[in-house]
Design a protein around this ligand. Structure first.
Ligand SMILES: [Mg+2]
Length: 249
């Protein structure tokens, strides 16, 4: 169990899938319970607004899942960002042109294996194999082929039951760093909780800043603390809130 955090001095960065909520069979088959919306709203208030969701999903999809809650957030692993004032930074439009040839390539590969799912996020493409774990080997080989064929502005990101093509240069560490330069995050202690390889960039950043990095689940990680699963994350966050409330005069 990681050390307790005090929301009043914390800048809290949270991944969504596999961290706050359990995975679904497909990306859209996840459920966000009302209790989680309530917890996030109370945490955001406890942190004086210094709470951001840092996810591989697009901001549009994230907002749909959390509605009516709208939080500061980084989407597409940092390619899109909405700061605490609500200002949006979008993915560069030129990126879509670079991605276009891979839309048909991924669709062609997925067509040969029932259960594979291509998710077009607009500025990133994901190939999900959660529904067909037996395809892991074939997907890994295909991912190697893709990686060799990518132009310099794109990178291949391997994740939990997913491979993704996204822009080079943007990652979750860069996104967290941008938040930490701005109010109300600046001056607080960065805490980042995530479960996947793409979250390692965020762990590296908060470690370098003397913050707290928390890995959810098994696997090698740079994170300094660990929680077992999303239920444990939600319980740990709820306790932080209780502690802050109890000690507030
Ligand atoms: Mg995740």
């Amino acid at each position: 169990m990681p050390q307790p955090i005090d929301p009043r001095t914390t800048a809290l960065f949270l991944d969504l899938d596999g961290t706050l909520i359990e995975f679904g069979d497909t990306p859209m088959a996840v459920r966000v319970p009302d209790s989680l919306r309530g917890l996030l709203a109370r945490l955001a208030a406890g942190c004086a607004g210094a709470l951001a969701v840092v996810t591989g999903r697009s901001l549009a999809t994230l907002d749909g899942l959390l509605a009516p809650l709208v939080l500061p957030a980084a989407g597409l692993h940092g390619l899109e960002r909405r700061d605490a004032a609500g200002r949006l930074q979008h993915a560069p439009p030129a990126l879509r042109g670079a991605l276009e040839p891979f839309v048909t390539r991924l669709a062609g590969f997925a067509a040969n294996t029932p259960g594979l799912l291509v998710e077009d996020k607009g500025a990133a493409l994901a190939l999900h194999y959660r529904a067909v774990p037996a395809a892991a080997g074939a997907v890994a080989a295909f991912a190697d082929e893709l990686a060799a064929a990518l132009p310099p502005e794109l990178v291949l990101q391997r994740g939990h039951m997913v491979v993704e093509i996204r822009a080079a240069g943007a990652d979750k560490g860069v996104a967290i760093a941008a938040f930490m330069d701005e109010a109300p995050f600046a001056g607080r202690r960065a805490v980042f909780v995530g479960d996947d390889r793409t979250d390692e960039h965020g762990f590296e950043f908060v470690n370098a800043r003397g913050g707290l990095s928390v890995k959810v689940g098994d696997g090698a990680t740079l994170a300094r603390a660990r929680l077992a699963d999303p239920a444990a994350v939600r319980a740990w966050l709820a306790r932080a809130l209780d502690a802050a409330t109890e000690t507030t005069p």
